[in-house]
Design a protein around this ligand. Structure first.
Ligand code: IVH
Length: 718
């Protein structure tokens, strides 16, 4: 950059807000570094981390006066933590800048050419390697013997994990001298492959006198599944993903634990090296192979950046076939002399290499079990319980399998490795089964012929893919109906939560929603963890719910196809429950926004004798809903604005938004500085990144629900 710049351009000064943003970004990145490097418990996705880092770098480039040497953009990882002895690296271990698109790679090539003072005619030779998602380590070999090894730490000093590294069987304790395999007689120049040469410096004994060899320790999918399976059987802690498992296994004080985990390693870089010179990265990999070091076979020397882009695209499609995780491709300028000429950007990253990162929108994980859920309409939904895995920054533990046809079509079996994806903002779905990982022990799943809750024979209505439990007395169906009726989406009966509803249906005290109004104090006290004060309070709330707005009651009845919005529409159109119950299909279908299918469903509901009995019981109990009104029920969320993203498990998106409105808050579709909370369900995407960038508190669905419920336990009462 020119020194004349200040004279030519007006230098912008950072506003107070921009300065605060820089500080906030640094704090977030330091925290993320600490969790990732020191705790092996990352909370940010790579994509979210990269986005924060990019934003900080852009601000620092715009306002160089804000740049400080301790900024996360100037450092690698975090300081080493004190569990192990310090392991100083003789040559510091650098990190890499990232590219996220083909254009980023093209701009990188332009920068390289500019740096080299060359024009577009210069054909740069690159080497593409897979970016192994593990833990980088530095190994020291003296005269071919493994002496010691450490983690990266802050890039200057890591942790000495020599005994742990010794347990890795793929790591040779002794290098195989080059001359014994590929000697050309005088040992001066040893051709290893066409166009690549490793040149021992004079006096070389077939191995360097001393060399720092760098690589990645990782865990295969199979081993990850094995240790997590074992941990589960023994009630121990499972790892979220293979990278965490590798890190957790390697940084063990008790090396017997490391030894039991079959860690693997690929070597790909060099630090200090005495007694040997390499001409290129390709050379280095060839020498490593001959010395008996494990290198990744999927490398390609490319002429120009377009060939590099082809390699990246190719592996974007194939990466799911690998038995270990990669998170991108590392592209390196092949020639070591060009690398030297290019040097480093900062103390953090070299100019001659870049990490092309794949967007982490698809991940592999295992189907641990398939369970069938019974909803309040009796629909049976198969749900895959997955080994929890981070996907775009959020842990995904379940994926819906929709119905039996879907399971057959995808041939999903229990124990299968599957690719799970987030597409836009829909529920996480299983894209495909990784058939190559099958061992033969996978179990085919069949939908039950009987309801898992009540045992009634399930039915499949003509033309529908969904199986349903037809039993109106089914305890699970009842439980779900009552839970929904009492929830804030409907009658908003505080204190009558999921557990209470489950117990009430289990012991037979509540068989339909109207039974709630007949509950006595004595009956309430027979429930677990129910004290006098709480029972009184809940009974008061039950009483108070008798005059909820009509739309709430309609929503709470559980009529198929009737959600929050249609309840409002019906309430405002008919005004009373009696009028709604008396309306014909034609009349109903004539209401704006009510379709024929919904109209039929409403009619069928009111024609059903069981429902008629419930309605009459509700009336007798004194339930007198108020005609349409859209005022909030409480001001608990007054002044607060919520954004929902990702897949919510317990609430539908519109239900969650209505809930916020009922509690006096605002629900919005996009994240801004005005957002009070982002509620992130599974597979949240760009909204989550944006919220993190703006420092907006992010809640899980459960945390959000906790905020909406302030009395569930006796101890919560004032
Ligand atoms: S080369 C100065 N090659 O990616 C260059 N790194 O984001 C040093 N990684 O710290 C790294 N596979 O932990 C290189 N084939 C590969 C790699 C690789 C994975 C990791 C490594 C590094 C990080 C940089």
């Amino acid at each position: 950059m020119s020194n004349e710049m200040p004279a030519l351009m007006e230098m912008a000064r950072p506003s107070a807000q921009e300065q605060q943003r820089v500080e906030a970004l640094r704090a977030q990145l330091r925290n993320a570094n600490y969790l990732y490097y020191a705790q092996d418990a990352p909370e940010l996705s790579d994509a979210a981390y990269d986005a924060l880092m990019r934003e900080l770098r852009e601000l620092e480039e715009r306002f160089p006066e804000l740049l400080t040497p301790d900024s996360p953009t100037e450092r690698v990882g975090t300081e080493a933590v004190n569990l192990f002895a310090p392991y100083p690296h003789r040559v510091s271990m650098l990190s890499l800048d990232n590219a996220f698109s083909a254009d980023n790679l093209r701009s990188w090539e332009d920068r390289l050419r500019r740096q080299l003072g060359a024009g577009p005619e210069l054909a740069i030779e690159y080497i593409c390697e897979l970016k192994i998602d593990g833990l980088s380590v530095n190994l020291t070999y003296e005269n071919g013997q493994f002496i010691s090894g450490g983690t990266r730490g802050d890039g200057l000093t890591g942790e000495d994990i020599t005994p742990n590294l010794r347990t890795i069987s793929a790591l040779p304790k002794q290098l195989r001298p080059l001359s014994s395999r590929a000697s050309n007689g005088d040992n001066s120049v040893i051709p290893l492959s066409e166009g690549a040469e490793a040149v021992p410096t004079p006096g070389g004994q077939g191995v360097p006198a001393r060399i720092e060899i760098r690589g990645e320790v990782f865990m295969s999918h199979r081993e990850f599944a094995r240790i997590n399976g074992e941990a589960e059987e023994q009630g121990g802690r499972t790892f979220a993903n293979p990278r965490n498992a590798a890190a957790g296994s390697l940084r063990q004080k008790d090396i017997a634990v490391t030894a039991k985990r079959r860690l693997d390693i690929f070597l790909y870089a060099v630090g200090e090296c005495e007694g040997w010179t390499f001409q290129s990265q390709h050379d280095l990999l060839q020498a490593y192979r001959v010395w008996g070091l494990r290198t990744n076979p999927n490398v390609r020397v490319c002429e120009g950046i377009e060939q590099v882009i082809e390699f990246c695209d190719e592996w974007s499609g194939k990466k799911g076939e690998l038995p270990y995780d990669i998170d991108g491709v590392v592209v390196k300028v092949n020639s070591f002399s060009l690398q030297r000429e290019l040097g480093q950007v900062s103390s953090r990253a070299p100019r001659w290499a870049i990490a092309y990162k794949y967007p982490a929108l698809q991940v592999r994980t295992r189907v641990e079990s398939i369970e069938v859920q019974v909803g309040r309409t009796g629909a049976l939904t198969p749900v895959a319980n997955l080994t929890p895995v981070a996907l775009a920054g959020v842990m995904v533990a379940r994926a819906t399998l929709h119905n039996e046809d879907e399971i057959r079509r995808k041939d999903v079996r229990i124990g299968d490795w599957v690719v799970v994806q987030r597409a836009g903002e829909v529920i996480p779905e299983i894209v495909e089964v990784v058939k190559g990982e099958r061992t033969g022990d996978e179990i085919e799943f069949a939908m039950p012929a009987n309801c898992p809750s009540c045992g009634a024979q399930v039915v499949r209505a003509e033309g529908e893919a969904v199986l349903r439990c037809p039993n109106e007395e089914c305890p699970k169906k009842m439980h779900e109906r009552i839970r929904y009726f009492a929830s804030r989406m409907a009658m908003d009966i505080e204190g009558l939560g999921d557990k209470q509803c489950e117990q009430l249906t289990q012991v037979g005290l509540v068989r339909d929603v109207a039974d709630i109004y007949a509950l006595t104090k004595e009956q309430m006290l027979s429930l677990e963890r129910m004290g006098d004060k709480l029972a009184t309070k809940i009974l008061d709330h039950i009483e108070g719910s008798k005059t909820r707005p009509l739309a709430r009651l309609i929503a709470g009845l559980g009529i198929r196809h009737i959600g929050e919005h249609s309840s409002e529409v019906l309430a405002s159109h008919f005004g009373t429950l009696e009028k709604l119950a008396a309306a014909s299909v034609d009349e109903l279908a004539g209401v704006f926004e009510i379709g024929r299918r919904t109209a039929e469903s409403i009619r069928a509901f009111f024609d059903e004798p069981h429902n008629q009995r419930t309605l009459s019981k509700l009336h007798k109990a004194g339930v007198r809903p108020q005609s349409h009104d859209s005022a909030p029920h409480s001001d608990r969320f007054a002044g607060k604005s919520f954004v929902f993203t990702g897949t919510l498990i317990r609430l539908k998106r519109d239900e969650a938004e209505t809930l916020v409105k009922h509690l006096g808050g605002r629900a919005s579709g996009s994240v801004s500085k005005q957002t009070s909370y982002l509620v992130a369900g599974g597979e949240a995407g760009s909204k989550l990144t944006r919220a993190q960038q703006l420092g907006i508190p992010v809640l899980t669905e459960d945390e959000f629900l906790q905020m909406t419920e302030d009395i569930t336990e006796e101890s919560d009462l004032a």
